[in-house]
Design a protein around this ligand. Structure first.
Ligand code: ZN
Length: 289
């Protein structure tokens, strides 16, 4: 069971979760798909208890599009794994638009299901540099007790716009802490993620996929030169995190993992961003969809 320990000097909390160290890791740069994967179809009975699947069907059998299981190595008492699709390799940037839509509908379903238990944080780690331990594309959902105050960023004003759809705005906030940090925010403000309309979720599928494609395309193609802007690229394939802000006035924050935080950042809590968000927005805007 997870223990929440207050750090009195910073008013932050530390989660002590001893079971986490035992979790399996199969993320190695350059490995192929020819391996045993417990998130692949056919192995449904091996990982944690199945909590949800789409479409509806017999739990722990094949035939699912998106599958949610309890995490065997939980960070907190409620910790779910959302498997993006039966495909072992394709992720949100490459899956069919309908599949991305199914994933987001599942996010919304599980967000609302878990909201009674605390703050619901949905996040996605891609690549070893981003902390992924199993490569089969998946996201995670962790519920943190309401009495734990979370150290979060408030919604930042829309600046440096990359793309606008009917319901969303994609931009690089002026106060970006990371190179090419990108936010997706609904135009209809003041809501929780779980309150998004069917039309918004459908629009978000396309917007999220486009945004990931822009980031991955740009940050994979090292030769793309922009005068005056430092060249940063993924070293071992795409590595990024995104999370859906748990509170009111929700947004999605995507952080490409291009640099490591070092002593200065750890010692001061200050972020050094080597890319001006205004430049990042211009560059990402130019990328093909
Ligand atoms: Zn797999």
């Amino acid at each position: 069971m997870a223990k929440f320990v207050p750090d009195v000097t910073t008013n932050r909390w530390v989660i002590i979760a001893e079971g986490r160290i035992k979790r399996p890791s199969d993320v190695k740069p350059g490995t192929g798909v020819d391996k045993f994967c417990i998130f692949c179809p056919g192995y449904e009975k091996i990982p944690g208890v199945e909590l949800y699947r789409t479409p509806d069907g017999e739990p722990s059998t094949v035939g699912w599009k998106v599958r949610v299981i309890a995490n065997k190595y939980p960070i907190t008492d409620f910790h779910e794994v959302i498997i993006h699709s039966p495909d072992d390799v394709l992720d949100l940037d490459k899956l069919s638009l309908d599949q991305v839509h199914q994933v987001l509908l599942t996010f919304k379903e599980r967000f609302n299901y878990n909201a009674k238990n605390g703050h619901v944080l949905i996040f996605n780690n891609v690549g070893e540099a981003a902390g992924a331990s199993i490569s089969h594309p998946h996201s995670q959902l962790v519920v943190i007790p309401k009495q734990i105050n979370l150290d979060t960023l408030a919604f930042e004003p829309v600046m440096n716009v990359i793309e606008e759809s009917s319901h969303f705005c994609v931009f690089c906030p002026e106060f970006s802490q990371w190179p090419f940090e990108t936010w997706i925010a609904p135009k209809n403000r003041g809501k929780y993620f779980g309150e998004t309309s069917a039309e918004e979720v459908s629009d978000l599928a396309a917007v999220l996929q486009n945004t990931l494609r822009r980031l991955i395309t740009h940050l994979t193609r090292g030769s793309h030169f922009h005068p005056g802007v430092p060249a940063v690229v993924f070293k071992n394939g795409p590595a990024y995190n995104f999370y859906i802000y748990h509170g009111q006035d929700w947004y999605i924050r995507i952080i490409p993992r291009l640099i490591h935080r070092a002593g200065f950042e750890l010692g001061t809590g200050l972020s050094v961003n080597i890319i001006d968000p205004a430049d990042a927005a211009v560059i990402l805007k130019e990328e093909i969809k």
